[in-house]
Structures are given as C-alpha cells and as structure tokens.
Design a protein around this ligand. Sequence first.
Ligand code: NAD
Length: 357
Amino acid sequence: MDALLIPAARLQNLVRDIFQSAGCPADEAERIALYLVKANLAGHDSHGVVRVQRYIQMKNDGLIHAGREATVVVDTPVIAVVDGQFGFGQTVAPRAVEIGIAKCKAMGLSAVALRNAGHIGRVADWAEMAAVEGLVSVHFVNAAGSVLVAPFGSFERRFSTAPYCVGVPVHDGEPVVLDFATSLVAEGKVLVASQGGKPIPGDALIGPDGRRSDDAALLYGDYRSTGKRDIKAGNGALRTFGDHKGSGLALMCELLGGALTGNACATPGRPFANGMLSIYIDPKVLDPEGMFPPEVARYLDFVKGAKAAPPATETLLPGEPEARTRVRRLAEGVPLPAETWELLLQTASSVGLEVQR
Ligand code: NAD
C-alpha cells in the first residue's frame, strides 16, 4: 500500500481526540498523543500511532486504565519504587522520571524502579527528560507478559524486547541518547513491516528449524494484511541483536527492569506491564571540577570526525538519526502506510469520533 504524508499536528490532534473520546482525561489524552507522534517524528514508527488501536484494545480489555496515577511504594532520599498500577505509560513513566530527577538533584544520584506501567513507548523520551535537567541516566526496561525473543542458541521465546537506554547531556547541544530494543528489531517494527511499512532485516526472526527469516508469520501466525495481529500465534521468535552479547544484555534488562523493580520478568500468561529501573547521576556533583562537559564535547568531535566507510557517508552519534528525521518529518509530514491510517480512522469511529477523511 502507498504511504500518506500526514502533518504532525493533525496526527497529534486526531490521536488526542481518540483517547479523549475513549475516556482518558484531557491531559492524559494530550500526553499519549504527544509521545506517540514524537516517536513517529523520531523515525520510530514502531512506537508511534501504529499503537493506537492496540492501546484502545488494552483499555477495552481492562488491561490498562484511563486516568490512573502512579503511587510511590518505597521512598528514601535516593531510591523510589513507583507502582504504575496499570495506568497509561505516558502518565506513569514521566511521573517516575520526575521523582528520579528531583531526588538526583537533591542527592547527586538516584535510582527509581517503575513497575506495573502501561506501555511506556520510546525509552529515549525519559532519558531526554533527564538530560534537559543536565543529568546522565541509564534505563533497563522489560515487559512482563510480552515473551517474544529467543535467547542466543534457542528459537523459543523467553525475553521481552527489553530495551536499554543511556542519555548523556551535552553542554550547549543535543544530548547523546542511545536507545534500542535488545531484540534485533522492536516487535512494532515487525508490525509496521507486516502492514506494508519499512521491511525488517532478513535475519530478525528465527523459526523452530533454526532458520533466520523476515517472515512476520513466525510471530503472528497466519495473519491477514488488514486487522489485528496475534503476537502469540506464530511458532518462532525475534532474535536478539549481537548474538550472545545482546542476549546477555536482554537477560540483564529482564533481571533489573523486571525482577528488581517487582514488575516480574517476561513470563507467558502475565498481563502486559513495562518495568523500568532508572539510575540518574548529576555530573555537577560527581565532577565538581567541571571536566565532564569539555571532555564530552572533545570526544564526540573526535568520534564524529572518523572517516565514513561506504555505504555510510558520515559517522553519526546516537540520537542524530532521530534528530534529523524529526526536522524532516516536521517539515514534510509523517509518512504512514495507508493501512495504518485506515486503522487509525477505524479506531476513531470505534470510539464514536467522526473524522473527515
Ligand atoms: P534502533 O535499532 O533503530 O536503534 C536506535 C538507536 O541506535 C538510537 O539510539 C539511534 O540514535 C542509534 N542509531 C541508529 N542508527 C545509527 C547510526 N547510523 N549511527 C549511530 N547511531 C545510530 O531502535 P530499536 O531497537 O528498533 O528501538 C526502537 C524504539 O523502541 C526505542 O525507542 C526503544 O526504546 C523502543 N522500545 C520500547 C519498548 C517498550 O517496551 N516500551 C520495547 C522495545 C523497544
């Protein structure tokens, strides 16, 4: 199907109206729309408006609750445990990050465990929030109930796509934010590819015969090109990136983001919940002599100055591809496969919203 170019503001207003019509408070609907469209603007369509139908479905199924606020269940000067109570991730995750930032600013260091959060989307959003305040942050994330990824050496699903993210503030510049799923691609990228969007790499999935493949049926079984995807229907799995190394990092995201937070590791039969262990460091406390900002600037220049090897045309830093895509998409509009746009309109009418095509 062809891609359409939708202006970001139009997309954001539509998504806001959908969630408000579905019963979310106005400020929550606004936040969900903001973060989903931000993901599209960053080029991560897997975490953008393609999720709307799924979020509404989860809400209708009682797996996620509109207007539900997080509660703080452990509170020390440097540690908080925040229970998202199955509220929307776009509500409970920024609350957990705000708490981490406040504690870190007071103490120089903090750790916040978020559990039972609805889908928290693009983890970079939370590292960017900390970086704006001048803080370094590290995030280990898992998704209980979402068992999609095979450990190295197997084809059987054991891990969630368990993202890992690090944000480093840059004096007078954009922060460096490394943010990726430990699976070779995020599940949403398989979803987008199965809807006619950007194809996934040919070795992103693995079947019971050990064969590496890009066939979305290994995740979704026999799916129709329109309609819902059942992530439990396939008999294969996503692969981790980087063989045993990515598999090891995925395990650590499960143990820290899942077990240590009290969220639970990826386990079949559990409800979906994101867990996130976040560690915040204030460089101004750790580095009173102020050596960190100039050293970061010097080193980033050195790294960026590395000559490109074809097919690359330049050396990029983590966060740069997203920043460039944002500039382009803000100017040109967000490209959406026609099916994704159609599903969005169908979801809008399912919550009683009349939309002009
Ligand atoms: P990806 O494979 O596109 O990797 C993105 C990272 O690599 C970014 O930091 C980006 O800046 C960097 N990068 C990309 N190209 C680069 C280049 N040429 N040079 C230097 N750096 C480069 O991302 P992904 O694994 O598909 O993850 C997509 C998103 O999905 C992430 O935002 C992640 O947080 C999110 N996610 C969320 C969940 C959840 O449960 N909430 C689960 C999985 C993934």
